[in-house]
Design a protein around this ligand. Structure first.
Ligand code: G6P
Length: 609
């Protein structure tokens, strides 16, 4: 949610900022801008639109080279997308970029208006810029001014600030929104996400909550409120620039779908030791897991949908009751937490504001908290009692695919582990399960890629639809919910997922001649029941695509189109079915000419509540 990047050093900062912003576009892409230090002045250029629009403007205006600049790509919260609301926001003293929300900006704005401040934008960020300006004028010291301003601001923020009279220096501070520091051969960097800095360096420091960074061309310092320095903790990453590039695929989404088999294996195999799931490397002791009498899975969006699969897997194998909660609702639903509660927070980015708030609530109320997180060092990963990292690598497409896949992978492991600890499966059964997961799931996803041409034909039948329904039972319903979200978010076709047996309780009134329905059955267990529900739809005119397990009994007799999943072992069908649904959504969106990696109105990392 909003990408920010800054550089100060011995090279021209402008191309670095543009490059960094381009990578960060997935965090928001409705307006963009940069501010540069130039001969004791700050020059700002910003516009509605994407990084390419800024690049064109920079060229048209022959924007001069500078050794110090900050940039921003925005996902609008306060104030619609426009040139004026684009960041950076400037005062007579400074320029600032902001990721997050200042919750008390109205009161602060009223006070500043009384003092005669003239605002040009509708944003909360401009208010923060003026609060810091007023403090700077009073205190004449940027670090003191920023720290005292923070006492007035409530909400979440990551700021990068240039002061007019401090050439070559970037000040940055965070609370609730991430910031990553880095040093390269030619200077210091600071960005909201490591991927923006991968082209320049492989050594990073995650700025801790509430900390202030002072970046100059010679040093990257963390300065405490009393003016003393804190030693940055530097870490090397093995993430490569290619991980954040398309590598010949037309879209990141397609590349990431194809990365799923490997991501699954990378997540699962290191955690299987002597044939059994082992989380000792993740700091999750068996004793802690044994204590879990009930489990809350809390997350947003697709991560929550992965949690729905987690519920089925854990309840089916380990027989522990699981409640899946939408993170934005969790705190307000009076959850029943005690010290026997295991709370699993699922988040690709590890920064989603509602998930983070839910985690903090769970901790305060005594739950043992465990993150399933993809981004190393992210806020949720750092605050949870333990974290199972998923090893999907950077996910750039806004619509998650491999991120979801590895979350389901983590739940497969957790369910296997819990069933071993609870004795609901014998040690031998768990061993077999683990070896099947490693052997079959990546293969099943791989083999689903060979259905791509068939899926392209299916997409031709679907892409002009206005409404579409996904139906399934049990885990197939959970899969349908995610399949439906994929289609909605990238193709803008309205779709809904229903538990197949529930459709007749109202929604079936929407099924008319030709209404497309995608039915999913990944196992024999509920096949006949799902078939009955398909018949209820087709007898009312629905056009049914049936995604079913390979040995399904005569699906051709029930549906207009059948997509048989590859013949693989048990437990592998679910991610094969999901891959098929991801490819369907992708191909439909291609035919509709949609902006697949950057769907309208969305952002990948949602750091506001
Ligand atoms: C955003 C993204 C979704 C994602 C959700 C949760 O809404 O567009 O794709 O599922 O946030 O993100 P997280 O990083 O917490 O998994």
């Amino acid at each position: 949610m909003c990408g920010i990047v800054g550089f100060t050093g011995s090279a021209n900062a402008v191309p670095k900022i543009v490059k960094g912003l381009k990578v960060l576009e997935y965090r928001g892409y409705d307006s963009v801008g940069l501010a540069a230090q130039l001969n004791g002045e700050i020059k700002t250029l910003k516009c509605k639109g994407r990084v390419d629009a800024l690049r064109d403007k920079l060229e048209q205006e022959h924007f001069p080279a500078t050794d110090c600049a900050i940039g921003h790509t925005r996902w609008a919260t306060h104030g619609g997308p426009s040139d004026i609301n684009a960041h950076p926001h400037s005062t007579d003293t400074l320029a600032l970029v902001h990721n997050g929300i200042i919750e008390n900006y109205r009161e602060l704005k009223a006070q500043l208006l009384e003092k005669g401040v003239k605002f040009v934008s509708e944003t909360d960020s401009e208010v923060a810029a003026w609060v810091i300006t007023e403090e700077y004028k009073a205190q004449k010291d940027p670090i003191k001014a920023i720290y005292s301003s923070l006492k007035k601001l409530s909400g979440s923020y990551a700021f990068e600030i240039l002061f007019k009279d401090r050439p070559g220096e970037i000040f940055a501070v965070r609370q609730g929104s991430p910031l990553i520091l880095a040093t390269g051969v030619d200077g210091g960097y600071i960005a909201s996400d490591m991927t923006a800095l991968l082209p320049f360096t492989d050594t990073f420091c995650f700025l801790r909550e509430g900390a202030l960074a002072h970046v100059t061309k010679d040093s990257v310092q963390i300065v405490k409120e009393d003016g003393t320095l804190e030693e940055p903790v530097w870490q090397k990453t093995d993430m490569t620039v290619e991980a954040a590039e398309k590598c010949g695929y037309p879209h990141f989404m397609l590349k990431e779908i194809h990365e799923q088999p490997n991501a699954f294996l990378k997540t699962v195999s290191p955690r299987i030791k002597n044939g059994l799931p082992d989380f000792s490397g993740d700091g999750v002791s068996d004793d802690l897991l044994r204590r879990a009498k009930k489990i809350y899975i809390v997350a947003c969006g697709s991560a929550m949908h992965a949690g729905l699969c987690g519920k089925y897997l854990i309840e089916h194998w380990a027989k522990i009751p699981v409640t899946v909660e939408i993170a934005s609702e969790f705190r307000y639903n009076d959850p029943l937490i005690d010290s026997d509660t295991l709370m699993i927070i699922v988040s690709q980015s590890g920064e989603t504001a509602d998930s983070l708030a839910a985690l903090r609530y769970g901790k305060e109320h005594g739950a043992f908290t465990m993150g399933i997180i993809n981004v190393v060092g992210s806020s949720i990963a750092r605050e949870a009692d333990a974290t199972l990292y998923t090893y999907a690598g950077p996910e750039i497409a806004v619509a998650t695919t491999k991120g979801y896949c590895v979350q389901v992978a983590a739940f497969m492991l957790i369910a296997a582990k819990l069933s071993a600890l609870c004795g609901t499966l014998s040690e031998n059964e768990v061993r077999t399960l683990c070896s099947e997961l490693c052997r079959d799931v990546p293969k099943a996803i791989e083999e689903t890629f060979s259905l791509h041409d068939e899926i392209k034909e299916i997409a031709k039948k679907l892409y002009q639809s206005e409404n579409l329904f996904y139906i399934g039972r049990g885990i197939d319903y959970a899969l349908g919910v995610e399949g439906s979200l994929k289609l909605k978010e990238i193709s803008y076709i309205h779709s809904e997922a229903y538990a197949a047996g529930e459709l007749k309780h109202g929604t079936i009134s929407l099924i008319t001649e030709g209404t497309p329905v995608i039915a999913v059955a990944t196992s024999a267990r509920l096949y006949d029941k799902t078939v009955s529900n398909i018949r209820e739809c087709s007898s009312r005119g629905a056009n049914v695509l049936f995604i079913c397990y390979n040995d399904a009994h005569q699906p051709e007799n029930v549906a207009d189109t059948v997509l048989r999943l590859p013949k693989v072992g048990r437990h592998a069908e679910m991610l094969a079915a999901m891959t098929a649904m991801q490819l369907i959504a992708y191909e439909v969106a291609v035919l509709r000419g949609c902006d697949i990696d950057r769907p309208r109105n969305l952002a990948k990392s949602v750091t506001v509540e």
